[in-house]
Ligand binder design. Structure first.
Ligand code: MLT
Length: 202
């Protein structure tokens, strides 16, 4: 794959009316994980799928954490900026509009940080099992951006209030946020897929 600053996969669009997607895997995943999901939820979209550069016991991630759900916030800032720079490079190389991020877990958390730190990098985001990435984030202008958040009511990693707090912060910054809470845990379910298909269909 073209030599950019992240190892990645790229699939060109086959439907020019569909937005490009930035696919961001969870801890231990890689650039191949979400390609199938991307094709299903927005058929014909260009797919840009980087691999996180951090290794935690051999598992790729997008930023360092001190413990599960406890983030190294300095690294979150650094990595969110680095990923936004990659998106800018890839947009030039592949001729893309600003993508919609589709992130799961750690991938959703870096996407949330990008929205807060580098809002120009993304035109919107679907954040699956996400949580607050930064305890104090700058007030970004997210007007005109659509964000879907899907949380699990029984998620052992993301406390319900934490996800609610992120939804409130993103909509307080002007984004059009849809936050759905499913009766499930951290793993994705068939209902996530249905919600994504519906949201992308709008
Ligand atoms: C994170 O580290 O981003 C969250 O704890 C979710 C995870 O990747 O397990």
């Amino acid at each position: 794959m073209t030599d950019l600053s992240f190892i990645h996969r790229f699939e060109p669009a086959t439907d020019p009316n569909r937005p490009p997607l930035l696919l961001l895997h969870g801890t231990g995943g890689d650039e191949n994980d979400l390609l199938g999901l991307g094709r299903m939820i927005s058929p014909g979209s260009a797919l840009l799928s980087p691999r996180g550069k951090i290794l935690e016991n051999g598992m790729p991630r997008f930023f360092r954490r001190l413990a599960e759900g406890v983030f190294d916030e300095e690294d979150v800032r650094l990595r969110a900026n680095e990923l936004a720079d990659f998106v800018a490079e890839a947009r030039k190389t592949y001729g893309l509009e600003a993508p919609i991020a589709v992130g799961f877990s750690n991938g959703a958390n870096i996407a949330a940080a990008m929205l807060q730190l580098r809002p120009e990098a993304l035109s919107g985001a679907a954040l699956l099992r996400t949580m607050v990435p930064l305890s104090s984030a700058p007030q970004a202008d997210l007007s005109g951006k659509r964000i879907l958040m899907v949380s699990g009511a029984m998620d052992p990693i993301v406390p319900a209030d934490n996800a609610k707090q992120l939804a409130a912060s993103l909509s307080g910054s002007g984004a059009e946020v849809q936050h759905d809470v499913l009766p499930t845990g951290h793993n994705l379910s068939q209902t996530d897929l249905q919600l994504l298909v519906k949201w992308f269909g709008r």
